[in-house]
Design a protein. Structure first.
Ligand SMILES: N=c1c2ncn([C@@H]3O[C@H](COP(=O)(O)OP(=O)(O)OP(=O)(O)O)[C@@H](O)[C@H]3O)c2ncn1[C@@H]1O[C@H](COP(=O)(O)O)[C@@H](O)[C@H]1O
Length: 117
């Protein structure tokens, strides 16, 4: 397994354990106990910060963008744990989509007479 996947798996395990055991003094516990409202607020906030940082130029901008993507991934993974969805579940969904172009998939959902987006 790549180093990146090892770290993502380890982080997910930590988050899932926090979600089960709810230790005091854990930020993950606070998020999980706040439910979809609290976690969702952070996911939206971090997504906006990712978009903002993506426009920043240079090596510093890239570093900031990478930092914000880390925040977004962490908070999305907390939402997954709260919802009982695993990394394997999401990977399986992405695997199911492999080879199906986005535009082809969209066309398959579009009914004749629909207003093209
Ligand atoms: N990867 C992360 C991680 N990434 C980001 N964060 C936290 O996410 C928050 C990001 O929110 P902001 O940048 O908006 O900072 P803030 O203003 O302090 O946040 P708010 O108080 O407004 O929610 C910060 O508190 C970060 O520390 C994380 N907190 C925890 N982890 C991982 O989760 C593990 C368990 O953490 P605890 O549950 O806290 O023990 C840690 O060992 C890490 O591996």
């Amino acid at each position: 397994m790549s180093e990146a996947l090892t770290i993502l798996n380890r982080l997910m395990e930590t988050i899932q354990t926090r979600a089960q055991e709810r230790p005091a003094g854990s930020y993950t516990t606070k998020l999980i106990e706040g439910g979809v409202g609290k976690i969702g607020k952070k996911v939206i906030e971090e997504a906006a910060e990712v978009v903002e940082a993506a426009a920043e130029e240079g090596a510093e901008g890239k570093e900031h963008f990478t930092y914000e993507v880390g925040d977004l991934l962490y908070h999305t993974m907390v939402m997954m744990a709260w919802r009982g969805v695993t990394l394997d579940d999401v990977a399986a969904e992405l695997g199911r989509r492999e080879g199906i172009g986005g535009l082809v998939e969209k066309a398959s959902r579009t009914q004749p007479g629909d207003n093209p987006a």
